[in-house]
Design a protein. Structure first.
Lengths: 303, 897
C-alpha cells in the first residue's frame, strides 16, 4: 500500500505500513537543556538489550568515551565544551561543530558544557528500511524501525542509506553471535509490547529523555522551547520535530542549545530514498528512450 | 551533585523547572555547573572565607531574619568577658595550650546569671579533656548531643550588648569583606555579591534556601568548621527547621547515614551513644550520667533507658540489674583507634588482624602507600567484596611491589578473600541523608558462594560461640552470653538441617530487634519514650524505635507521592518517629503560627486536644501539648527546661548555636585557616592552618612545606580530587564491569589551558603529579572547565583528578589518593583529602625503584628531612602566651570560688 507520501513528506508511518489498528506513534523527546551527562541511558540500554562493550579507550573529546552511535552503542551522550567568549588560547582539542571564528563572541554567554543523548531517530521515512533487501528491518506497529537480527544477512545497504550514520554492522567483540549484523536502537520494542517505557527513558534521572506519543511529545517540545525562550535561552531550538523536513519528521526529536552540527547532527537530513520515484521515472524514461532509440536504429536500417 | 548524585539531582532539576535558582560553588566546572544558573569557581580550601564573607554581608547589612534569630538562636546570649577572638590572638582563640595544641574552652562559655560562677562544672572542660576528646573524635558525639547548658545565661534581646553572640559574631566576621573574599578565594566581588544577594533575597518568611554539600566538603583539616559556617548562615537567615531549607549532606554511599546511626565507627555505639572508656566510665551509672549530665536541659535525660535497652538487645537474659546489664562486657576505647591511627599502627606492627567489608583503602583512603604497607604487615586480613579488589591483591600487584617495598614471597599477611552479595542480592534497609529508612527486597539470589554481610557475621559469631562453648574463661563470657539467635530463611536447596546450619538470617528479625520490644511480651515498641531503664525493654538503636511500630515494617511503605501530602510521610520511615524535618518547631513563629502560608509546615492549634496541640504536615518535632507560651519553672532541668519557644530541643538551651561554647575542639566559631598544604600564607593572621588538627608526625607521613616554612615553591600547584559519575569511589563496583568501565577507561588529570602551556602538557599526552608521598600519572585533559585564579595578587593553578583507579579491574591506572598525606580534622578525625599542593610534569612517571628516587629528590629540594616536621602552631609567641593566660586566669578564678 504505497501512498502519496510514502517516501517523502508528512505521514503516520504505521498505518502507511499496513497496520490497521496501530497504536499511536511512539517516540522520544530528548530535552538536552536538562541533560546532566550521567550516561545512565547508555548503560541501561546496554544492560536491557545485551549490547556488548564498545571500546575501552579514552578519546579526549571531553567526557565522551563512546565516540558515536554504532552497533555497540545505541545511545550516545555527546559532551561539547564551548569555549568562553574570549578564549585565551586555542585548545587544539578535537571538537565537533562550527569553527569558533563563526561565533559572535560578544553575544554568547560564558563557557558552556553541552550534553546530549543521541539515539536512532526512527524516521517517518526510514531509508534503512526502504533499502533493506531481506525484510530484516521493519516498521513496527508503534511506528518505530526495528532490526530482526536473525533475518539480517549483513549486506550493509542500510548503513550507507541512513542520513544520520546511526545504523551499523557489529564489528566485535570476537565471538559475539551478532558480529556482522546490522544493529541499532529498537526503541525497546520488547518493552513497548509489554506496556513499558524504553530502558533509557526509565533510567534518565532528570527526564531529559521523555518517551510517549509522538504527537504529544511534539507539543511538549514546542511548549518547552517557548518557555526557554521566555527565560532568555534564545539558543534553544527543536530538531526533528518538523513533519515537513527531509525525513518527514523523526520519532526521536531533540531540544538543542546550539546548531545541530555542534552536537554532531546533520543540519538538514534528507531521506536517501527521497528521489527514488523520480529516479525510477527518469531511469525508466532513459531506459525507454534507449529502447526506443535502439528500436529506431533498427527501424532506420531497414532498407 | 549531578556528578556524584545524579539520581538525587533530579529534584534540583525539578526545582529549577519551577523557578528555583541553582548556584554551584566549586573549584571546577562540573556536570552540576553545566545546568546550574550560576557557577562560581573558588580556590580549594577557602570555603570558610567565602561563607564567612556572606555571613558578614548578612550581619553588616542587617539582613538576618530577626524574629527567628532573636527567638530561636543564641544570638542574644552573652559570652564570658574572658573570651578573646582570633583577631586579637594572631589566629588563636583564648585558652590555647601550645604544648597539647588544644583549647581550654572555659573562656568561651556563656555569661551565666545564677550558675556557680561564670562556668558551671558541665562546661568546664580543660585542655587535657579536650585532648582526650580529640583522640576519640568526640565531635561526633557532640554533633548529636548538643551542648550542655546549666543555669541561666544572660541575654540581651536587643542584640546590642557588645558581648552578645550576635555582636561577637559580627566582629569576628567583620574582616571577611568582599575584597578579602576576592583575595583569598579568587572569587570576583561581582560574583560574590551576586551569591550574597541571591541567598539573602531567597530567605525569610516567604522563602527558604537549601545548602547542599557532598562529603568532599568535610574532608578538610577544618571540615567540621566548614559545616558550622554553613549552619550559622542558615540559622541567621531562618533556613533551619523549615521546608525548603536546611543543610543537606549528600552521603558518599547508599547507606552511610545508616552506618553512623548504627555505626561502623570506633567511638560511638548505636543511636550516638558514646563508646565507653575506662577512665570516665567505670560503671553504668558514670557512663549514663556523662551523657545525660544531671541538672542540664534537653532530651538526653533518658540516656539510661536507651543504654539499658541496648545492653538488653546485646545480652538478653544475661543482662540484669545486678550485673549493670552487662555494661562491663562492652569493649572500651583508650584513645584514638581511628582508621588512620590503625593503619599507622599496622606499619608499626601493633595490629595483627583486619576486616575489610566493602571498602578498598588501597585505592580509596588517603596516603595509599601507607595503607598498603600497613596491610602488608598483618597476620591476617579478611576482605569481603564483589571482586578481588586492590586491598586484597596489594601483596602481589601494588605499586610497592614494583618499587620493591613489598616482596610477594615474603609478605607476611595472609589474605582471606570472601565473595560478597551485592545490594540486589540481599534484603535489608538503606538509610539515606534525610534519615529515611527504605526497605528493599532481595531481587535475585547471589551467585555461587557470595553471601550477605548479615550471613557472614551471624555464622561467624555462631561458629566462634560453638568453638568457645564450655569455656570457663571469664574473657569468653561476653561472646557466650550474647543473645545470638536469629531466625533463618528456609532455603529450599539446603534442606531444613542445612538451613539451620547455613541459612540466610532474616533481616526483618534484625530490624525488629533494632526497633526494640517489650521483653516480657515481645511486643514491638512504638516510640523510644516507651524504653525503660529497668531491663523490661530491649532495643538495638533507640532513634530507630518506631520503624517496626505495630509489628509492621514501616520502612517498607511505598505509597505513591501522588496519593499523599507533599511531605509523603507514608513512603519509608524516617527517624526519629517518622519526622521528615528535624527541629520543625522552627517552621512556626514564637506564637506557634506559620511564618507564612507559603511556608506553613508545623503549627500550634489552640483548639485541638484539651488545651491545644502541635499539628501540621509533618510529625511535630516538639512535645505535642507544650504550648508556645510555656516557660520553664525556676530550677527545672531535662525536658521540662525546654520552653515553648525553644525549637532546637537537643541543645541545652533549646537554641540554634550561632556560637558554640562547647563541643568543638578548634574554636567556638569558624575562622579561616589555610589547608595544611597551601602555597599561600594565611591572609588574616600568623596562625597558618588549624592549630588543633590531628597530625601524625612521622617520617612516612611527610607533608609538603607550606608558608611560613620555606620551599613551598617546589610544589607550586593546588590539586583536588573527586568522583566521576561513571565510577563508584574506589572503583570496586565499577572498574570491574564492562558497561561502566568503558565509560571512563583511563586515569586522567584535568588542567587549564594556561597551566598546560606553562608546563608543556599536551592534551591526551601523559603527565605525572608529584607530592612528598608519591607520584601518579595520567592522561592530560586540557579543559577550560578549570581556570587559574588570582589569589593574594598572584596566579594559582588548580589541578583536578578523579580517584577511581588502581591496579585491578578492566581498566587500570594510578590512584590519586596516593598523593595525599594524613592530616586530620580534630573534631571527627576525618582526613584532609580534598586539597594538597603538588608539581605537575609532562610525560609518564618513573617506575620501580626510580619512583621512590623521584619522590626523595623532591623531598630533598623541599627541605623535607627525616625526623624534622614543620611547626603546627605559627601564631606569634606573644599571642600564644596571651591565649594560654586566658585559660589560666579562669582556672584560678574557679578555684578561688
Amino acid at each position: 500500500m504505497i501512498g502519496r507520501n510514502s517516501l517523502f513528506g508528512p505521514l503516520d508511518p504505521a498505518p502507511d505500513a499496513g497496520y490497521t489498528d496501530a497504536p499511536k506513534r511512539k517516540g522520544f523527546f530528548t530535552d538536552t537543556s536538562v541533560c546532566i551527562g550521567c550516561k545512565a541511558c547508555e548503560v541501561a540500554c546496554k544492560e536491557w538489550n545485551d549490547v556488548p562493550e564498545n571500546l575501552f579507550e579514552m578519546l579526549g573529546t571531553s567526557y565522551d568515551n563512546s565516540h558515536s552511535l554504532n552497533a555497540n552503542q545505541w545511545r550516545h551522550v555527546a559532551f561539547i565544551e564551548k569555549p568562553a567568549s574570549k578564549p585565551a588560547v586555542d585548545l587544539g582539542m578535537p571538537s565537533v561543530g562550527a569553527p569558533v571564528s563563526e561565533v559572535h563572541e560578544d553575544d554568547k554567554p560564558d563557557f558552556q558544557w553541552l550534553m546530549s543523548s543521541d539515539v536512532c531517530k526512527h524516521c517517518t521515512h526510514a531509508a534503512c528500511l526502504d533499502v533493506c533487501p531481506t525484510g530484516s528491518l521493519f516498521r513496527s506497529e508503534f511506528g518505530t524501525v526495528v532490526v530482526q537480527d536473525d533475518i539480517c544477512n549483513g549486506c550493509g545497504y542500510c548503513v550507507a542509506a541512513c542520513p544520520y550514520g546511526v545504523i551499523d554492522r557489529r564489528r566485535g567483540p570476537e565471538g559475539d553471535p551478532k558480529v556482522g549484523i546490522a544493529q541499532k536502537c529498537t526503541l525497546c520494542y520488547d518493552r513497548l509490547t509489554d506496556g513499558q517505557r524504553p530502558a533509557c527513558a526509565a533510567a534518565c534521572p532528570t527526564e531529559s529523555i521523555q518517551y510517549g506519543d509522538v504527537e504529544e511529545l511534539r507539543e511538549r517540545a514546542n511548549a518547552r522551547v517557548e518557555l526557554l525562550h521566555e527565560r532568555g535561552v534564545m539558543d534553544a531550538r527543536l530538531y526533528g520535530n518538523d513533519p515537513e523536513d527531509g525525513v518527514g519528521g523523526t520519532g526521536a526529536m531533540f531540544l538543542l542549545l546550539d546548531e545541530p552540527e555542534v552536537y554532531g547532527l546533520p543540519p538538514d537530513p534528507v531521506v536517501t530514498t527521497k528521489d527514488l520515484p523520480r529516479m525510477f521515472t527518469r531511469a525508466g524514461m532513459a531506459g525507454t528512450a534507449l529502447l526506443v532509440g535502439a528500436a529506431l536504429s533498427f527501424v532506420r536500417r531497414r532498407p | 551533585m549531578a556528578e556524584a548524585h545524579p539520581v538525587g539531582f533530579q529534584w534540583v532539576v525539578e526545582a529549577q523547572q519551577r523557578g528555583a535558582k541553582v548556584i554551584h560553588v566549586d573549584p571546577r566546572f562540573t556536570r552540576t555547573s553545566a545546568v546550574a544558573d550560576k557557577h562560581v569557581p573558588i580556590r580549594v580550601g577557602s570555603d570558610i572565607a567565602f561563607l564567612g564573607g556572606i555571613i558578614s554581608y548578612v550581619l553588616e547589612n542587617g539582613l538576618d531574619f530577626r524574629d527567628y534569630v532573636v527567638n530561636y538562636t543564641n544570638a542574644a546570649t552573652l559570652v564570658s568577658d574572658r573570651f578573646e577572638d582570633t583577631d586579637d590572638l594572631d589566629g588563636l582563640f583564648s585558652g590555647f595550650d601550645p604544648d597539647k595544641r588544644t583549647y581550654d574552652p572555659t573562656s568561651w562559655q556563656y555569661d551565666v546569671e545564677d550558675g556557680p560562677g561564670e562556668q558551671s562544672t558541665a562546661q568546664a572542660d580543660d585542655s587535657e579533656e579536650t585532648q582526650a576528646q580529640r583522640e576519640s573524635a568526640a565531635g561526633l558525639q557532640h554533633e548529636a548531643h548538643g551542648m550542655q547548658v546549666e543555669g541561666k545565661p544572660r541575654r540581651d534581646e536587643t542584640l546590642q550588648h557588645p558581648r552578645c553572640v550576635y555582636q561577637v559574631l559580627r566582629r569576628h566576621f567583620a574582616r571577611y569583606t568582599p575584597e578579602m573574599v576576592e583575595q583569598t578565594c579568587g572569587v570576583s566581588q561581582a560574583d560574590f555579591l551576586e551569591v550574597c544577594r541571591a541567598w539573602t533575597e531567597n530567605s525569610g518568611r516567604e522563602r527558604t534556601t537549601a545548602l547542599v554539600y557532598s562529603v568532599g566538603w568535610t574532608q578538610h583539616s577544618v571540615g567540621v568548621q566548614y559545616i558550622r559556617t554553613g549552619a550559622i548562615l542558615q540559622l541567621l537567615l531562618g533556613n533551619m527547621g523549615r521546608p525548603g531549607g536546611g543543610v543537606m549532606a549528600l552521603r558518599g554511599h547508599a547507606s552511610i547515614q545508616g552506618s553512623t546511626d548504627i555505626p561502623t565507627l570506633f567511638n560511638i555505639l548505636p543511636g550516638y551513644l558514646p563508646m565507653p572508656n575506662p577512665d570516665q566510665h567505670p560503671t553504668l551509672t558514670d557512663y549514663v550520667d556523662s551523657i545525660r549530665n544531671p541538672g542540664s536541659k534537653g532530651f538526653w535525660s533518658k540516656a539510661d533507658a536507651y543504654t539499658v535497652s541496648l545492653l538488653k538487645a546485646y545480652w538478653g537474659d544475661a543482662a540484669t540489674p545486678d550485673n549493670d546489664f552487662c555494661f562491663d562486657y562492652l569493649p572500651r576505647i583508650t584513645g584514638d583507634h581511628g582508621t588512620y591511627r590503625t593503619v599507622l599502627d599496622m606499619i608499626d606492627g601493633k595490629v595483627s588482624g583486619y576486616f575489610l567489608l566493602g571498602q578498598n583503602p588501597a585505592v580509596g583512603s588517603a596516603h595509599g602507600r601507607a595503607q598498603r604497607l600497613g596491610m602488608a604487615n598483618l597476620d591476617w586480613l579478611v576482605v569481603r567484596d564483589l571482586f578481588e579488589i586492590e586491598s586484597a591483591s596489594f601483596w602481589k600487584d601494588s605499586p610497592e611491589v614494583a618499587t620493591g617495598e613489598i616482596v610477594p614471597e615474603e609478605c607476611r599477611t595472609e589474605v582471606f578473600l570472601f565473595p560478597a552479595a551485592s545490594y540486589a542480592e540481599k534484603e535489608g534497609t538503606f538509610t539515606q541523608t534525610q534519615r529515611m529508612l527504605q526497605w528493599r527486597e532481595k531481587a535475585v539470589d547471589p551467585p555461587g558462594d557470595c553471601r550477605s554481610e548479615l550471613w557472614f557475621f551471624y555464622h561467624l559469631g555462631r561458629m566462634v560461640r560453638e568453638r568457645l562453648a564450655g569455656s570457663t574463661d571469664e574473657r569468653d563470657r561476653p561472646v557466650l552470653d550474647l543473645a545470638w539467635d536469629y531466625p533463618v530463611h528456609d532455603e529450599g536447596a539446603l534442606g531444613t538441617e542445612g538451613a539451620q546450619a547455613w541459612g540466610e538470617p532474616s533481616a526483618e528479625a534484625v530490624l525488629k530487634e533494632i526497633n526494640g520490644f517489650d521483653v516480657a511480651t515481645g511486643r514491638p515498641l512504638s516510640s523510644f519514650v516507651e524504653m525503660k531503664a529497668d531491663g523490661s525493654t530491649a532495643g538495638g538503636c533507640w532513634i530507630y524505635t518506631g520503624v517496626f511500630a505495630d509489628g509492621v515494617n514501616q520502612a517498607n511503605r511505598r505509597k505513591s507521592r501522588h496519593d499523599q501530602s507533599f511531605v509523603a510521610p507514608e513512603w519509608g520511615w524516617a527517624w526519629p518517629l517518622n519526622r521528615r524535618i528535624l527541629y520543625n518547631r522552627a517552621s512556626a513563629d514564637p506564637e506557634g503560627r506559620p511564618w507564612s502560608e507559603r511556608k506553613a509546615f508545623v503549627w500550634w492549634d489552640p483548639d485541638k486536644g484539651e488545651a491545644g496541640e502541635w499539628t501540621g504536615h509533618d510529625v511535630p518535632d516538639f512535645e505535642k501539648t507544650k504550648a508556645p507560651s510555656y516557660r520553664a519553672p525556676e530550677g527545672s532541668e531535662g525536658v521540662e527546661a525546654i520552653e515553648g519557644v525553644d525549637p532546637f530541643i537537643m541543645q541545652g538551651d533549646g537554641k540554634g548555636a550561632l556560637y558554640a561554647p562547647q563541643g568543638l575542639i578548634d574554636g567556638p566559631m569558624p575562622t579561616h585557616y589555610e589547608p595544611v598544604e597551601s602555597p599561600f600564607r594565611n591572609p588574616l593572621y600568623g596562625q597558618q592552618a588549624n592549630p588543633t588538627r590531628k597530625q601524625y608526625r612521622r617520617d612516612d607521613n611527610q607533608l609538603n612545606p607550606a608558608p611560613p616554612e620555606e620551599h613551598s615553591d617546589v610544589f607550586p600547584f593546588v590539586f583536588t580530587t573527586s568522583r566521576l559519575t561513571e565510577h563508584h569511589t574506589a572503583g570496586g563496583m565499577s572498574r570491574y564491569l564492562e558497561h561502566l568501565a568503558e565509560l571512563q577507561p583511563e586515569m586522567f588529570v584535568e588542567v587549564s589551558p594556561a597551566l598546560a602551556r606553562e608546563q608543556g602538557l599536551e592534551h591526551m599526552g601523559w603527565c605525572h603529579v608529584v607530592t612528598a608521598r608519591s607520584a601518579v600519572e595520567g592522561r592530560v585533559m586540557v579543559t577550560e572547565r578549570l581556570r587559574p585564579l588570582r589569589i593574594e595578587g598572584r596566579t594559582v593553578h588548580q589541578v583536578w583528578m578523579p580517584y577511581h583507579w588502581g591496579g585491578g579491574g578492566l581498566v587500570t591506572g594510578d590512584s590519586a589518593n596516593d598523593l595525599f598525606g594524613i592530616s586530620l580534622d580534630p573534631n571527627v578525625l576525618i582526613q584532609e583529602s580534598k586539597v594538597g599542593t603538588c608539581d605537575v610534569r609532562p610525560g609518564r612517571r618513573p617506575t620501580g625503584a626510580a619512583l621512590r628516587e623521584l619522590v626523595t629528590d623532591y623531598a630533598r629540594r623541599a627541605g623535607i628531612v627525616d625526623g624534622v616536621h614543620p611547626r603546627v602552631v605559627t601564631a606569634s609567641a606573644d599571642a600564644q602566651a596571651r591565649s594560654l593566660a586566658a585559660a589560666e586566669t579562669s582556672d584560678d578564678d574557679q578555684e578561688g570560688q
